[in-house]
Design a protein around this ligand. Structure first.
Ligand code: ATP
Ligand code: MG
Length: 429
């Protein structure tokens, strides 16, 4: 196939074999968020470029080199969203739904776009489920976010495979004082820093803490720590969060180098990381951004949120063999009809059954085929039972009811009794 007719590098089709796991994951998260009282919001995928520059920060990896930016036909500069927080803040401001201190607990799901080097767990179109909470400023809500994700890992069977890393970035004032101390320290070691870090030292010094370069990391071991520069309020907030996590029994490690790649964070930042995915170890990341709404033209409004990468979590479920068994079966009952008259009857019979059992996953064999080939298809579908409807069954208004997974002998069941019989032997989700 010519290259221009293939999918774009780093942008993937999610094939029918994979979608059950995606739907299971997304469904599990959606149900959890519903239960905690979060409401879904849906934003456009494209926004004005300025929105991301203003919110994420000009000197960040995303804005400097990862955005898909293009001119609209009228000359406006637009960008495919690289993350969800900016658009969500824009939306709540535009609709005035956080005005007057109204609390909003919102979540969203969808594709994000970043021009990165594609590799396992890192793509150019990827998917996130994210959430944002507005107008709650205490550590209790930071804790709720983490407690919810902890519950999610529990439901998914991933608790043993993830680790929570925490840090506090303080207020912008205390961060400013820390930045000065860090710059002073790093400047004294300038010649030993990697090239990227030398550049960041001038543009966005906190990001040096994020370096993957081993020599720079060694130097950083003696660097000043943000924790020593925290203002009292941020310190109390952080202690409040830790006390809550301790109370629920969620293990964490403090990572003083955790700064996150976006400029808008303040106070709490956290990441759930795993060693099961190689280099792409962060599966969920977030933090508090109390200054962002104001920075985007709104009234001062505390905010906190996180986003998780669906691809990475799906990869983890697969790698750790945590894909629920029942996902491999998408059909409960497979109806095989033989002959024109029986085919007609099969359609109306199956519609009657669907009326009575709306959750039954019933597939009718489409198109004629020999007895043998139809059975093969029924078996391959994963169905628990095959229903057989030929001329004889039609004459007697019955179906042959054949267990396909070794649950007993074939029997004959009257049409009128079929739905009730199915209800007893197929567990419906
Ligand atoms: P990383 O350090 O891995 O680049 P990030 O800090 O850039 O991650 P965030 O912007 O915090 O990531 O996004 C939240 C989550 O979205 C990440 O933890 C990850 O699970 C997922 N994610 C981010 N970028 C990608 C990508 N290019 N491909 C797949 N998933 C991604
Ligand atoms: Mg990144």
């Amino acid at each position: 196939m010519s290259k221009s007719l293939q999918a774009i590098r780093g942008m993937n089709d999610i094939l029918p074999e994979q979608t059950p796991l995606w739907r299971y994951f997304e469904g599990t998260v959606a149900r959890l968020l519903d239960n905690y009282g979060y409401r879904q919001i849906r934003m456009p995928i494209v926004e004005f470029t300025e929105l991301f520059k203003r919110s994420i920060g000009e000197v960040t990896d995303i804005v400097e080199k990862e955005m898909y930016t293009f001119d609209d036909r009228n000359g406006d500069s637009l960008t495919l969203r690289p993350e969800g927080t900016a658009a969500c803040v824009r939306a709540v401001l535009e609709h005035g739904i956080t005005g007057g201190g109204q609390v909003q607990k919102l979540w969203y799901v969808g594709p994000m776009f970043r021009h990165e080097r594609p590799q396992k767990g890192r793509y150019r179109q990827f998917h996130q489920i994210g959430l944002e909470v507005f107008n709650l400023e205490g550590p209790d809500i930071d804790a709720e976010l983490i407690v919810m994700t902890w519950r999610l890992w529990g439901e998914l069977g991933l608790r043993d495979a993830v680790k929570l890393e925490l840090n506090s970035l303080g207020t912008s004032e205390s961060r400013g004082r820390y930045r000065e101390a860090l710059v002073e320290f790093l400047s004294a070691h300038l010649d030993k820093l990697d090239e990227d870090s030398q550049r960041r030292l001038k543009t966005n010094p906190l990001r040096v803490l994020d370096t993957k370069n081993a020599e720079t990391q060694a130097i950083l071991a003696d660097a000043p720590k943000m924790a020593d520069y925290l203002d009292d309020e941020s310190r109390a907030h952080f202690e409040g969060l830790k006390a809550r996590l301790d109370a629920v029994g969620i293990p964490y490690v403090i990572n003083p180098k955790l700064v996150r790649g976006l400029d808008y964070y303040s106070k709490t930042v956290f990441e759930w990381v795993t060693d099961k995915l190689g280099a792409q170890g962060t599966v969920c990341a977030g933090g508090r951004y109390d200054g962002l709404v104001e920075q985007m033209g709104g009234k001062p409004t505390p905010g906190v949120g996180f986003a998780m990468g669906i691809e990475r979590l799906v990869l983890m479920l697969e790698a750790l063999d945590k894909v629920p068994e029942e996902l491999s079966r998408q059909v409960d009952v497979y109806l095989c009809a033989f002959g024109e008259a029986a085919e007609l009857a099969a359609l109306s019979l199956s519609e009657r059954i669907r009326d009575q059992l709306p959750n039954l996953r019933l597939q009718i064999n489409a198109g004629a085929g020999s007895f043998k080939s139809q059975f093969k298809k029924a078996d391959k579908s994963g169905a628990l039972y095959a229903l057989i409807l030929g001329d004889d069954e039609l004459a007697q208004q019955v179906v042959g009811f054949k267990p396909l997974r070794g649950q007993g002998e074939q029997q004959s069941i009257a049409w009128d009794a079929l739905a009730a019989h199915l209800a007893t032997c197929v567990v419906q989700g």
